[in-house]
Structures are given as structure tokens and as C-alpha cells.
Design a protein around this ligand. Structure first.
Ligand SMILES: [Zn+2]
Length: 317
């Protein structure tokens, strides 16, 4: 066992979160707007943003939390930059060494004067100033409820920009059929982007398979519903599809009954490429180190399995 693996192993066994924070790890499912450091935002704004502590019964409750704790407060170029800084502060505190985050296409006109270089610069400046040692993978984000013509119009400013690594689709998974996004994903593939989408969080195992087939996805954010169907599990294994899973978020949004029986264990033990990530730290109190610790302490995965998943997330693909 190498040095980092043995630190991880004893950190889990001893319940030592600080030691766990010093072990390198990836965060490949992080929405920076709600992914910031609570401490940093309190210091900058005086605002105390508290996480939820019990499972919510719907996405509406999450939106209500959002309105109460975040609201319009950060809806300015300055506010957006503060949230980007907060995200880098947070992952630095967490010991993350590979971070995949990015702006929603909607944010370009709203916060960066429609100037793609200004948008990219905002992320790269925060990266350089706060956590230059972290590998940043910049992502293009889209909300699933948006009209396709509108998205294509926004995306025309992003195509051709070599700073981006991946594209992701999120928001209400049931808002419109996945087929509607096919042309966008064909173009994204031609642009050399890694293709991701949020699927199988609220939807079914079949939704996961269809999204991979139709959009030619490389990775799925969540995808936990796949665990309900052995043929979909095998499909993910055979096609080397990665699932970027966020356990506390799944529990607090009522997608799983308890952490102990989270489907990540079944998916991992079936040979699916899985990673462990934060999703939205401010609402779910779910930094990556805590996610590893919780999965160990509830008995969902062993220390050896968790270390294997950690190392898997750090692999270049
Ligand atoms: Zn997400």
C-alpha cells in the first residue's frame, strides 16, 4: 500500500477527517454556485449559510432553501466571482486535487458581458490565486428546462473555445425528452468535449441507458437508478461509462432511504466505474472527505473499496 493509501486507510478507521482531507481526491460533480466554502462566504458577506439536516421531500423544498439562503444576493458579476472564489477555497480545504466545475451557458450574458474570455478568465484567475496546485477541468453547463434554440444560441459563444473540458446537463431531469439534446451533444462531441449529463437521479435505469445511447455520454452525474436493472449495470460496465455519484445529496433529496444501503456499493461491486463527489456542499454539507467518511462509518463500503474508488477518480481517462 502506498503512503497516500495508508493515510486514507487509517484516517477512515480512526475517524480522522483532517487526515482524510490531506489525501488527494477528485471532485467531478460540483455545482460551484452551491459548492463554496461556508467560512469564506461568511467572511466576505457576514451571511451564515446553514446546510439542511433532514431529507427534503421535493426539489421545491430545495428551491425554497436556495431562495432563503442564496436568493439574488450573488446575482452580479462581483457576486458570481465571489462564488467562484468560494468554490476554490472549499475544494482546497477539502484536499481536492482534480476539480471539474463550470458556468451555466445562461451566466455568460448575465455575469460576463457575453464575453467568453472574461468568463474563462474569472475561473482561471480564481484557480491561479487560490489553488493553483489543483487540476481544473472547466465545464459548460446547461439546464434541462431551457428551450433548445435558446441553448444553441448561448452555446454558439462557447464552441471553439479550447478552455473547456466537458459539457453537462442538469436541472429537472423530467423537464423534456433527452432526444431534444441530441444535436447539441453531437456538436459538443465534434468540439472534443467530454460528454456528461445528470440522469438516473429522479429517472429510471432505462433513462440512464437511453441517455448514454442517444447522447453518446462518457460519464453520468448520479445514474444511481441503474442499480435497479442488472442489464443496465452490465451496459455501463461494457461501455466503460463513469458514474459521478453524490451520496449525501441522494440521501437528503430522498433518492435513497439510508446511506448504508446506497446503490454505489452494488454498482462498484458489479464493476461500474464510480467516483464520489460533493454536488452542493452549502446545502448538503457534503465535501468529498466527509462523503468518504460517511460511507465508511455507515458500513456501505470498506476502507479498501473507498480507497480504490478514490484512486479511480484520479486516473486520467
Ligand atoms: Zn448535480
Amino acid at each position: 500500500m502506498n503512503y497516500e493509501s495508508s493515510v486514507m486507510n487509517s484516517a477512515l478507521i480512526n475517524g480522522d477527517l483532517e487526515a482524510l482531507r490531506r489525501v488527494p481526491k477528485a471532485d467531478l460533480h460540483n455545482h460551484f454556485v452551491l459548492g463554496g466554502s461556508r467560512r469564506y462566504l461568511r467572511e466576505c458577506t457576514g451571511k451564515e449559510i446553514n446546510p439542511i439536516t433532514r431529507p427534503l421531500s421535493s426539489m421545491d423544498e430545495m428551491h425554497a432553501w436556495n431562495a432563503q439562503n442564496i436568493g439574488d444576493y450573488f446575482n452580479s458579476s462581483e457576486g458570481r466571482r465571489m462564488l467562484i472564489n468560494a468554490a476554490f477555497e472549499q475544494v482546497k480545504e477539502d484536499g481536492v486535487t482534480i476539480l471539474e466545475i463550470g458556468e451555466d451557458v445562461w451566466g455568460l450574458g448575465e455575469f460576463f458581458h457575453g464575453n467568453i474570455d472574461e468568463l474563462v478568465n474569472a475561473f482561471e484567475t480564481s484557480h491561479k490565486e487560490i489553488a493553483p496546485e489543483i487540476e481544473l477541468r472547466l465545464q459548460i453547463g446547461m439546464s434541462r428546462h431551457c428551450d433548445i434554440d435558446y441553448l444553441e444560441d448561448c452555446l454558439s459563444h462557447f464552441w471553439g473555445c479550447k478552455a473547456f473540458y466537458s459539457i453537462d446537463l442538469y436541472g429537472d431531469e423530467l423537464a423534456q425528452p433527452i432526444e431534444n439534446f441530441k444535436s447539441i451533444y453531437r456538436r459538443a462531441k465534434a468540439e472534443g468535449l467530454r460528454l456528461k449529463a445528470h440522469v438516473g437521479e429522479w429517472g429510471t435505469a432505462e433513462d440512464v441507458r437511453r441517455a448514454v445511447e442517444i447522447l453518446e455520454l462518457d460519464e453520468i452525474q448520479h445514474g444511481i437508478a441503474a442499480a435497479d436493472d442488472p442489464s443496465v449495470i452490465q451496459f455501463l460496465v461494457d461501455n466503460h461509462i463513469r458514474l459521478n455519484i453524490t451520496p449525501s445529496s441522494n440521501f437528503l433529496l430522498g433518492r435513497v432511504k439510508e446511506l448504508k444501503s446506497h446503490p454505489i456499493a452494488k454498482l462498484y461491486r458489479s464493476g461500474v466505474d464510480v467516483t464520489i463527489n460533493s454536488d452542493d456542499v452549502l446545502i448538503f454539507d457534503s465535501d468529498v472527505s466527509k462523503e468518504y467518511m460517511r460511507l465508511y462509518q455507515c458500513g456501505c463500503l470498506t476502507a479498501e473499496e473507498l480507497n480504490d474508488i478514490r484512486k479511480n477518480g484520479l486516473k486520467t481517462i
